[in-house]
Design a protein around this ligand. Structure first.
Ligand SMILES: *Cc1c(COP(=O)(O)O)cnc(C)c1O
Length: 454
């Protein structure tokens, strides 16, 4: 057993390429379709939204893609991030497990999201983009992109899901500090927002609605492009630096994970920690169990349908093949705002369909309980999203104890919760509810999907 707690890489050891799992997937994904023609879309369909370099990455079959030097320079503000052995948490669990976590909360924005925000801002800047729009749920993505765009002199307009805008005022302050403009979504700034407000003036908003608004605002102006913080292939690609670093650090620890765990919103931090290990499952004879953890209140992976669906609520995106609850699904107002998304990224969806990864859903009270246990043993207060991964770690530890088998577990600590303390307060006050979605609700919400591809 290693007697070390912390496994660090020097700047020189930071990976200089991202890993593209599309080169290694046994079954390719279905192509995204144009919602009008139902034909596969081409690069020109995406050009109003994204710079060409990101569109190329979206469809690339190259196994490794170079990280530009300018991006590496900014990464080095906080990367490589530490890998920590959670020895005190292990002791408390009293199970035959070794637990490591990759600490992505050390970025200036407090989460893994700058790993893709920086290269996205960079490629936009290289192609002369002056203004960008995006959506944000809990505010982590908006703050990460605000942090990234200011390096390149790009203006940013953020559409922030209204329930989070009200619950999490400090993320808005962070975005303003980094120079971005923030509006609560649904807003009056777009046709999409006005339409939702007309139907329901008290709409709490959703990621799907905010995406519609940000896309609409981008396509209306030729110098403005749009940016998405999860789901898409190029976003997952950029996040793989997490797992690539973790592999080097597990080597330093002289260990290898039996189980890799990430919480799941659209799939980016989960993909980031797990895809390099999945590569070893696919091609190097490893058999690591890889688990994505979602909220019970938004269970697209465990109870959704694999089908073509829109990435947003209004229907402005291409049709994407994914596990989905339907683009009109309105998730309950749980605190893990970053996990309130109706669908899952197409790569992760295909991997789940092929049985190469697994998924589990957890209720929010169990998650906060796990987060508090972690904070009281390891010190670090995890983001509400991240507590889903920690709840799964506890389940795996209990299982290992039952079976009397030793396990090495690696999880991604996707962010800290220091801007989410109001949620912890509500948990301590006993004010949090667990929400279950009925089968009928899901059936009703996915019933519309067949119409999309007819
Ligand atoms: C956004 C976010 C998530 C969920 O998004 P993914 O794209 O699924 O990773 C999870 N954890 C934190 C801290 C986040 O900010």
């Amino acid at each position: 057993m290693s007697k070390f707690k912390k496994f660090l890489l020097s700047e020189k050891e930071m990976p200089m390429q991202w890993y593209n799992i599309m080169a290694d997937m046994p079954n390719p994904m279905l192509p995204p379709l144009h919602p009008g023609t139902k034909q596969p879309i081409g690069p020109e369909d995406l050009a109003p939204l994204f710079p060409m370099e990101l569109i190329k990455q979206e469809v690339s079959q190259e196994r490794f893609i170079d990280i530009p030097e300018e991006v590496q320079d900014i990464y080095k503000i906080w990367r490589p991030t530490p890998l920590i052995r959670a020895t005190n948490f292990e002791k408390m669990l009293d199970a035959p497990v070794k637990i490591y976590y990759k600490n992505e909360s050390v970025s200036p924005a407090g989460s893994h999201k700058p790993n893709t925000a920086v290269p996205q801002a960079y490629y936009n800047y290289k192609e002369g983009v002056k203004r960008m729009t995006t959506e944000t749920g809990a505010g982590q993505w908006g703050s990460a992109l605000s942090f990234a765009t200011q390096f390149f002199g790009i203006e940013l307009q953020v559409f922030m899901v209204k329930v989070s805008f009200n619950q999490k005022p400090y993320r808005k302050s962070m975005m303003n500090t980094w120079g971005a403009k923030v509006v609560a979504s649904p807003s009056e700034l777009t046709e999409s927002g006005r339409r939702v407000l007309a139907a329901n003036p008290d709409s709490p908003g959703s990621l799907g609605i905010a995406i519609s608004e940000a896309i609409e605002a981008a396509v209306q102006d030729e110098h403005t492009k749009y940016s998405l913080g999860s789901v898409l292939n190029h976003v997952l690609l950029h996040q793989t630096i997490i797992g690539l670093e973790a592999q080097k650090q597990m080597e330093l620890a002289d260990d290898y994970p039996d189980i890799v765990i990430g919480c799941f919103g659209g799939g980016s931090n989960f993909a980031g920690i797990s895809f390099p290990f999945l590569k070893n499952n696919l091609s190097n004879g490893h058999d690591t169990k890889i688990v994505a953890v979602e909220p019970e209140s938004c269970p697209k992976l465990t109870r959704g349908k694999f089908h073509y669906d829109f990435g947003d609520t209004v229907g402005l995106t291409p049709l994407i093949p994914m596990y989905t609850l339907g683009h009109n699904f309105m998730p309950p107002q749980i605190h893990a705002g970053g996990l309130r998304y109706h669908g899952a990224g197409p790569i992760v969806s295909q991997l789940l369909k092929d049985g190469l990864i697994s998924a589990n859903a957890v209720h929010q009270k169990e998650c906060f309980e796990a987060g508090v246990k972690f904070a009281r043993t390891e010190g670090l207060i995890p983001a509400p999203e991240t507590t889903h991964a920690i709840a799964q770690v506890i389940k795996e530890a209990e299982q290992a104890k039952l079976e009397g088998k030793e396990k090495t577990i690696l999880f991604n600590l996707s962010g800290h919760g220091l801007v989410d303390m109001a949620a912890y307060d509500q948990y301590f006050a006993g004010q949090l509810e667990d929400y279950s979605i009925t089968e009928d609700q899901i059936k009703e919400s996915v019933a519309e999907l067949d119409l999309l591809t007819k």
